[in-house]
Design a protein around this ligand. Structure first.
Ligand code: NAD
Length: 497
């Protein structure tokens, strides 16, 4: 028995059927559990037209009424977060606690967006010139698209959607076709919260749907999150079609451990950040850069902790779930083979494991490599699985140079008790999000999330005030109420007096 997952356009489930569909699995059993409709370019056009028609009314809705809808959505999401988390575990595979954690972090963005009346306040300069006032306002863009990855089916859409809606836009969300149900469930909550039909829409699909959004003349902005090659493509295609685009890409996050760090706490952090969500997090630590003198001891401590991890079905209280698809599982296992062949020391091999789940689940246990060097594919590539690589360096400077030479720049962390070294690192490292003794430094909702280099294409980061900026455009008004002192002819460029 499989579920049928379809588009939500204008507040209603699409009833028109679909020429193309995709399959959704339960990664813990390997079974096909759902079939998701894929939108054609024509259907995307219908969704955009519906959103555009709804947009005018929503853009004209008062800030007070918009905030009421946001508050209602926040309450509904909080009340239903366990249901959403269960959908995530069933289609993504991550353990229930972790799924709940991502909904909760997304909820924080909805809470931030409740403050939209304050966030949209402009500036006002009285008497900028004699009896002339100047003020700034920010207005919505129109129809905006959000295209999200499989690894955070709730949190990533929530980085963008509440802010886009609060700013007065209409949204088309294209979630990952691998785990699309959470997006649909959350979209229904907007309707329950009182959002007018058509302001929030969900279309499912693959490249065809994405291309249709990137090229549609009525889509004004695109927020994308996914792998680097697709992020680059989305940025280039969207901007070539006149759109504002923020495209967040892949990552290779390093954790630099200095000799003075508390090695027990560091080992805990490395295991949590390396294997949480089976390493399928854009902020997962995948390269642990250890200054040589402490590397042996640290590797031992990490190995000890890994022995205690239980990998299995996310509904059974395990620590780590399966990978999202069989294809992805095999790709990650392939990297483990490549790492061994290239000469890295395979300290813990996750391919051989005991898994608490279905025989056909997409299993791969936590894996640890030591003596990894920068030329190896396990170091160079974003693996996006439970594989932690230890790279040994001689000094802080060598570690910093390694991190800065990496083409990605999403997140990084330093573990040390030396405040001066930490301060130097935060200043010198070329990465967008930095943790000091914090292994996964995902910024809180009122700051903005975004990496540097190949981890983000575009200028604006997600959520926080940068998110408000992205989903609005600025206007500056220069105003005077005419009186006789303003008379007379003068063809010169206006000067302030
Ligand atoms: P992906 O790039 O395969 O897919 C992302 C989205 O793009 C999906 O909606 C997918 O349907 C669509 N897509 C896939 N192929 C496409 C194509 N050829 N043309 C147009 N659209 C296409 O990414 P994923 O595997 O779903 O997610 C994992 C990736 O996302 C990792 O690289 C991870 O680092 C990255 N990620 C980054 C962040 C960040 O904040 N930087 C956050 C989460 C995930």
């Amino acid at each position: 028995m499989t579920t049928h997952i379809t588009h939500l356009i204008g507040g209603r489930s699409w009833e028109g059927g679909s020429e193309r569909t995709g399959v959704v699995h339960n990664p813990a059993s390997g079974a096909v559990t759902g079939r998701v409709d894929f939108a054609s370019a024509g259907l995307v056009g219908e969704a955009v037209a519906t959103a555009k028609a709804a947009w005018t009314g929503w853009a004209g809705t008062s800030l007070a009424k918009r905030a009421q809808v946001l508050f209602a959505f926040r309450e509904l999401l909080n009340a239903r977060k366990h249901e959403i988390a269960a959908l995530i575990t069933a289609e993504h595979g991550k353990v229930l606690d972790d799924a709940l954690g991502e909904v909760t972090r997304g909820l924080e963005v909805a809470e931030f967006a409740c403050g939209i009346p304050h966030l949209l306040k402009g500036g006002f300069s009285e008497n900028a010139s004699t009896r002339v006032d100047v003020y700034s306002i920010r207005q919505p863009l129109g129809v905006v698209a959000v295209i999200s990855p499989f690894n955070f089916p709730a949190m990533v859409p929530l980085w963008f959607v509440p802010i886009a809606i609060a700013c007065g836009n209409a949204v088309i969300l294209k979630p990952s076709e691998k785990d699309p149900s959470a997006a649909v469930a959350m979209a229904r909550l907007w309707t329950e919260a009182g959002l007018p039909d058509g302001v929030m829409n969900v279309v499912h699909g693959d490249k065809e749907a994405v291309d249709a959004l990137l090229t549609h003349p009525d889509v004004r902005a695109v927020s994308f999150v996914g792998s680097t090659p697709i992020a680059r493509y989305v940025y280039e295609t969207g901007t070539a079609h006149g759109k504002r685009v923020q495209a967040l890409g892949g990552a290779k996050n390093h954790m630099l451990v200095l000799p003075d760090a508390d090695l027990d706490l560091t080992a805990d952090a490395a295991v949590n950040a390396g294997f949480g969500s089976a390493g399928e997090r854009c902020m997962a630590i995948s390269a642990l850069v250890a200054v040589d003198t402490i590397a042996d001891e640290l590797v031992e401590k990490i190995k000890d902790r890994m022995r205690k991890l239980r990998t299995g079905d996310g509904t059974r209280g395990c620590d780590m779930g399966p990978l999202v698809t069989r294809q992805h599982r095999d790709k990650v296992a392939g990297y483990v083979g490549e790492g061994s062949a290239a000469g890295a020391t395979l300290v813990v091999d996750g391919r051989a494991g005991d898994f608490d789940g279905g025989e056909d689940g997409f299993w791969l246990g936590p894996t640890l490599f030591d003596d990894v060097t920068p030329d190896m594919s396990i170091y160079r590539d974003e693996i996006f699985g439970p594989v932690l690589s230890v790279v040994r360096v001689k000094s802080y400077d060598e570690g910093l140079a390694l991190i800065n030479a990496n083409p990605y720049g999403n997140g990084t962390a330093i573990f040390t008790n030396d405040g001066g070294a930490a301060r130097r690192f935060q200043n010198e490292v070329e990465v967008g999000m930095v943790g000091i003794n914090v292994p996964i430094p995902v910024p809180v909702a009122y700051y903005s999330f975004g990496g540097w280099k190949n981890s983000l294409f575009g200028d604006t980061h997600a959520h926080g005030t940068e998110g408000v900026h992205f989903f609005t455009r600025g206007k500056v008004v220069t105003s005077r109420w005419l009186d006789p002192s303003h008379g007379g002819l003068n063809l010169g460029f206006p000067q302030n007096d």
